[in-house]
Structure formats: structure tokens, C-alpha cells
Design a protein around this ligand. Sequence first.
Ligand code: PXL
Length: 281
Amino acid sequence: MDLPSRNPFIMPDTPPVVLTFSASDPSGGAGLQADLLTLSSMGCYPLSVVTAITVQDTVGVEDIFALDAELVAAQARAVLEDMPVAAFKIGMLGSVENIAAIAEIVADYPDVPLILDPVLSSGRGDELASEEMLDAMLDMLVPQTTIITPNSLEARRLGQYDSDEDLDFADCARRLVDLGCEYVLVTGTHENTPQVVNTLYGQHGVLRSDTWQRLPGSYHGSGCTLASALAASIAHGLSVADAVREAQEYTWQALQAGFRPGMGQYIPDRLFWAREEDHED
Ligand code: PXL
């Protein structure tokens, strides 16, 4: 394996440690469970800080219980005082108070890359964050973010803060970069295009644009998989642009191998490689 060059928190011959802040999804499709599977599958050692407990199945979200911010902070402080981490991944946050607590914690680790999946609603349309939480993310987390991974709907909502205009994705990305985020990866699954186009923006506009065959199913947890795969790739030492390619490749394969264990959406198979025939002997 190539030894990582850019990330100082990586120790050779041990899996990079990645801390995810996310909410439990008992269906295993999204959230914390998706992150743990993806990070492990990509050769990282995941630490997990639970922000909220959701009650949901593969059809929809029934309830959300945010944990107290003190409890969120205590979980994070405990593991961070014990282990150096190579990346932070942030998913569903649960409350404004949790956002403030997490922002304060990650501020103590300015050199650790931060991958922010701005979870506003599920792919199925369940609301997972309030307007106040969106504002708090923009104020407290986006300025500390290495790369944010909004889908196109989230990119519009986040990028059009304080604006009544209809902005295009490049403008939305630039406005997020203006807040202090280094890179913006806008995913195109929700757009009405024959293929899915994902675009990475940096300080000077588009850095790469990748086009993927649109898969027929409706998936639960694709965004969590992509953001965790990105965190894993960055933790392994890839540059952001290369990590974006690697994470998309992994996610597309996990989606293609997706399965439908219940009555609702398909679930990505994050361990697709373990089930491939040529790995059987
Ligand atoms: O896919 C975003 C997401 C993140 N975290 C949790 C979720 C969802 C979508 O349903 O339930 C816990």
C-alpha cells in the first residue's frame, strides 16, 4: 500500500481512525450504521459519536430523538483524548445545541480534515434538520469544513442563504467556499438528467466533474455512504480530488450491488467486495 503523504495523523500499518458524528438508523441503511459499515469496508477504524436516535425502517422515518449536547460532547471528548483521528465525518446532527457542541470540539483539531454531509432531509423527503439547524451549520460548521457533500437540493438550500435569487450550483458552491469551506461536492442524483453528474468545486470553481450511469433503484443511505467513503479515502492520505473519485467509485459499486431487505428502499451493499465470486476461494 502507498504510504499516505498528506495527512499527519496516519500511522503506518494500522487502519486510520475516523470519527463519525451521526444518528442511529435501526434499519442499517443510513446514518451511523451506514458510516460504520463504509468506514470499516474501506479499511478504516471507525469511532462513533451518537447525536440522535431515529426510529425508522426502509420505508420512512417515524421519530427522531436528539441526544443532549452534553452527552454528545462527552462521547467525543472521551475518545479524542484517547486516540488520534485522521478525519472527522459529520452526518445528521439532531439539534442546534449539538451543532454548537460539535463545532467547539472540532475547532480544537484544526488540522484534522472534516467531511460534512449536510443532512437536511432523507432521500425519501423526511425532514431531518430545521431551518435553525441549517443556519447553525452555515455559521459554525461550514467555516471549519474541508469538504461538504450536499446533494443538489441541499446545495440550493445551503448556497442560497440570505438570498432570494435562483442561484446555479457554481454560485451556491462559491458562496459556501466564501464561508470558509475548502471544497464542495454537489451530487446530481436528484436532478432530472439521464446520467448522474457529480461536481467538485474549490476556490477557483470546478475541479472535476464525474458522470455515472443512473441506477434504477431508490436507495436509502447513498449520501452517508459517499461521505463516509470520502472520509475514509482522505484518511488514507488521498488528495481531495482523488478521494472524490475513489469515494464515488466505491459508492457506485455499493449501490449497484444494493439489495431490498424490506418493503421500502434498496440498501447499498457496502461489503459488496466480500461477496464477489472471485473472493470466495
Ligand atoms: O441519508 C441521510 C441520513 C442520515 N442519517 C440518518 C438518516 C438519514 C436518512 O434517512 O436516517 C440517521
